[in-house]
Design a protein around this ligand. Structure first.
Ligand code: HEC
Ligand code: HEC
Ligand code: HEC
Ligand code: HEC
Length: 492
């Protein structure tokens, strides 16, 4: 199935959805001689446990439970990268446990993704050693231009020789970090790896890519020869449930982020080793998912060790205990916090807000009045309060009439929900810091609206009818109908 690398005209890439139908029909008379199940995950981002608000999804034990289900087909399990949360001591501590679990789940290859690109080379190599060499990357190199880990792996599964390689985009800039891997152009190294696969008589080529669509298309315009691309970096709330087939036959699948979903693609091969058709299932890891007891035990050990070693991560802002105590977070998380914080859990509310003029209230002031204090008090959030909007060009997140204009400063609420959703010890909670003295409420009293909707500025304001236009009816409707199978209307 290795095709010689030929440039694919990017414009000509034809995307055919639901290929099983198409290929199934066209090739239905071809003899199926081999079948393979590829399990895939991506963007775990340091999430060991189910996460989210109303419908917590994900978790490593559930993932393992799904992979361990009886299957008549040989299985190859891979990860597209960004398993780590980042590069703090706490993040690295968590990532070590994630990789330990991956080893137990028999992952055949794990790509180093965007998040790993911000972790020192020595740490990545140490993990690679501890996991018996399952980490791969074609375009992360050390200061001497040497690959950080193996560039590819060849695995034999059920009589098939599978060549697996992986690419990543650049990681975020990390201040003062030393010894980070360098991200190089993947095209030449990929061509070399494909040639090696060709020589070794590989039957199936899998590319693990922690990249957005645009980058992948750009890459495929320069190098081809992949049968299956498992894509990370695509955080759409409802990942696609079918493969996308590019015009050179490459199939692309993705499973979203935070480990909430896992994907399984069954590939059917004919006598010539060509893929005849595929079938994709995307599984939301919810409370109905099976779990695997040895992974659950591992996670209990993780919690115990975290409790014991809490002090080691003091001052580390990503440590869930410390996150809520650290001076930086106290500063950020006091009084008004801005809608970005809210959207991480109430995404649907945020999306609905985009449709209402409130979001654009500051933009609509125009250049002349963008700094006019007389206007800012009604066209931004928390103006005049210590943690509210002060300079619209600096406090961008608080421009416009946002969540907290109506519900009040929500820092304390964010903290509480964070503790609940991460199942944290409430003793980690710091005393409420709310320099505004304003309440946070679910109900929005009429007087709050009228503070801005004055007779002078809003002569036609009619509370009874206008309030219906801001009550998040669409978000609530979507939540009521949330599909527990896929968690598609999941508020995060
Ligand atoms: C970590 C997740 C999380 C974050 C972040 C978060 N919320 Fe919430 N919020 C929740 C959950 C879960 C509930 C439902 C609580 C319940 O039903 O007890 C909720 C409920 C609410 C309510 C209804 C309150 C009530 O008492 O029923 C409002 C209003 C609200 N959130 C606003 C906000 C705003 C504004 C922000 C951002 C500043 C925000 N939330 C950030 C998880 C979160
Ligand atoms: C912080 C000030 C402020 C508060 C509080 C506020 N509004 Fe507004 N509202 C505005 C501004 C400013 C606009 C005009 C936004 C624009 O289009 O630029 C507006 C516009 C609206 C609109 C028209 C939206 C549209 O897209 O046509 C409605 C409806 C509305 N507000 C209802 C309410 C209700 C109901 C409340 C209370 C629950 C409320 N507002 C609270 C400032 C506020
Ligand atoms: C007391 C609160 C308040 C103040 C002060 C205020 N506005 Fe407004 N403004 C509103 C409200 C409320 C609306 C929505 C009116 C409506 O739809 O009934 C609005 C609407 C507007 C709109 C129309 C938005 C649109 O395109 O739909 C503009 C423009 C505007 N204001 C500009 C200003 C400017 C400029 C200033 C400062 C000189 C200012 N406002 C001061 C509350 C205020
Ligand atoms: C213009 C005012 C306004 C803004 C801005 C606003 N809300 Fe609300 N919100 C309301 C009103 C009014 C209600 C209904 C309260 C009631 O039922 O009494 C509400 C209710 C809620 C609830 C409770 C729903 C439930 O089922 O209990 C949540 C959660 C919530 N809002 C979150 C948000 C978030 C998140 C944002 C920002 C993305 C936001 N709100 C922005 C006015 C607002």
């Amino acid at each position: 199935m290795i095709r010689t690398t030929a440039a694919v005209n990017i414009m000509a890439i034809l995307i055919i959805a639901t290929t099983s139908v198409l290929f199934g029909c066209v090739n239905s008379n071809r003899q199926i001689t081999e079948r393979l199940m590829v399990n895939y995950s991506s963007g775990t981002n340091g999430e060991l446990f189910p996460c989210g608000c109303r419908i917590p999804l994900g978790g490593l034990s559930r993932r393992a439970g799904i992979f361990a289900q009886e299957s008549p087909y040989p299985q190859c399990t891979v990860d597209a990268g960004s398993f780590a949360g980042g590069n703090t001591a706490y993040d690295r501590f968590v990532a070590g446990w994630i990789l330990q679990a991956y080893g137990m789940m028999d992952y055949k290859a794990v790509n180093l993704g965007v998040r790993e690109a911000s972790i020192p080379v020595t740490q990545l190599r140490e993990w690679d050693q501890q996991t018996g060499g399952i980490l791969i990357s074609v375009n992360l190199v050390d200061e001497n231009d040497l690959p950080v880990t193996r560039r590819s792996l060849i695995r034999e599964v059920g009589g098939l020789k599978i060549g697996i390689t992986g690419v990543t985009s650049e990681g975020p800039e990390v201040a003062e970090a030393t010894e980070l891997p360098v991200v190089i152009d993947p095209v030449e190294p990929l061509k070399e790896v494909l040639a090696e696969f060709d020589e070794s008589g590989v039957d199936l080529v899998i590319l693990l890519a922690d990249m957005v669509d645009e980058r992948i298309n750009n890459l495929l315009s320069q190098v081809s020869g992949f049968d299956l691309i498992v894509q990370g970096r695509d955080f759409t709330p409802a990942p696609v449930t079918h493969s996308t087939v590019l015009d050179d036959g490459t199939r692309v699948v993705k499973s979203g982020d935070s480990g909430k979903h896992v994907g399984r693609i069954r590939l059917d091969f004919d006598g010539n080793g060509e893929i005849v058709r595929d079938e994709v299932i995307l599984i939301a890891l919810d409370s109905a998912s099976p779990t695997r007891s040895d992974i659950s035990v591992l996670l209990t050990d993780f919690r115990k060790e975290l409790q014991d070693r809490r002090d080691e991560f003091l001052g580390d802002p990503t440590n869930p205990f410390e996150r809520l105590r650290s001076p930086e977070m106290v500063d950020v998380l006091s009084g008004f916090t801005g809608p970005g914080m809210c959207n991480s859990c109430h995404l649907l509310y945020g999306q609905e807000m985009q449709a209402v003029g409130h979001s654009y209230a500051w933009a609509n002031l125009g250049d002349e009045n963008s700094m006019n204090p007389e206007c800012l008090k009604c066209h931004t959030t928390g103006y005049g309060y210590p943690t509210g909007m002060q300079d619209p060009y600096r406090d961008e997140q608080l421009t416009g009439v946002t969540c907290e204009s109506c519900h009040g400063p929500a820092a304390q609420h964010v903290r509480e929900q964070y503790i609940i959703s991460k199942d944290l010890d409430p003793s980690a909670m710091i005393p409420p810091i709310d320099p505004t003295g304003l309440p946070f409420t679910r109900e929005v009293p009429e007087a709050i609206c009228r503070g801005c909707h004055t007779p002078e500025w809003s002569p036609n304001f009619d509370y009874a009818t206008w309030v219906e236009r801001v009550k998040h009816h669409a978000a609530e409707e979507a939540l009521r109908n949330a599909n527990p199978e896929t968690g598609e209307a999941d508020p995060e």
